[in-house]
Design a protein around this ligand. Structure first.
Ligand code: ADP
Ligand code: MG
Length: 196
């Protein structure tokens, strides 16, 4: 029931994750996170790295593990969450929409950084993060280092406030290496892998 309610885009686990692919990954932090102690401590996780390195994969695996531990979890992308919150303003249901993102014990926000946020978007993002620092955990995935968050939020003060709240009680999981998507395509071209 919790897995269904979390709305994961697909089910991924660490069993299918090839640790040897990234050139750098703090494996112990990921394995620790799978135990979900960080949720008990209302801590956060930030997956940082370029595209195709398994940030979404690992965030889903941890979200799935959280559901198995009866932790109410919700999956969203930064863009989808902001779109829904903005839409809720026009039909006067912002409070309800904010509750949706603030009440689960674990909120997974995928793909911060691909689209810049305007003033309304960053204010809403800030509201979710600051409300959540009292209520529960966030797993955030992003392709942008903290220094570039000012560009994402188009405002340095808000970017710093959001980053500080997440880092204060959070763990940074930085992944480096070439994209796994490209590797898979190359292998398929060479006839080395089945077309999955
Ligand atoms: P990101 O979110 O970092 O852009 P994804 O998690 O979406 O990357 O990964 C892209 C695809 O490659 C997904 O299908 C994912 O399951 C797969 N993938 C990425 N890294 C690995 C890995 N190290 N081992 C196995 N599959 C991987
Ligand atoms: Mg991703």
């Amino acid at each position: 029931r919790l897995i269904k309610a979390a709305h994961f885009p697909s089910i991924k686990t660490v069993d299918t994750f090839d640790w040897a692919h990234p050139t750098s990954i703090p494996k112990h932090l990921v394995l620790n996170a799978l135990r979900c102690d960080f949720v008990e401590q209302r801590g956060h996780l930030i997956f940082l790295g370029p595209g195709g390195l398994g940030k979404t994969h690992l965030a889903q695996a941890i979200g799935y593990a959280a559901c198995q531990r009866e932790i109410r979890t919700l999956w969203t992308t930064a863009a989808d969450m902001i779109n829904r919150l903005v839409a809720s303003i026009s039909d006067h249901s912002l409070d309800r929409a904010l509750r949706k993102y603030c009440s689960p014990r674990l909120l997974c926000i995928d793909e911060l950084g691909y689209l810049p946020l305007d003033q309304q978007g960053r204010d809403l993002f800030f509201q979710v993060i600051s409300k959540r620092s009292e209520t529960g955990s966030v797993i955030l995935t992003t392709n942008k280092v903290f220094k570039k968050w000012g560009e994402v939020f188009q405002d340095n003060a808000v970017a710093t406030a959001i980053a500080e709240r997440l880092i204060e009680n959070g763990e940074l999981i930085k992944i480096e290496g070439p994209s796994y998507r490209v590797r898979k395509r190359k292998q398929q071209e060479l006839g080395l892998a089945g077309s999955e």
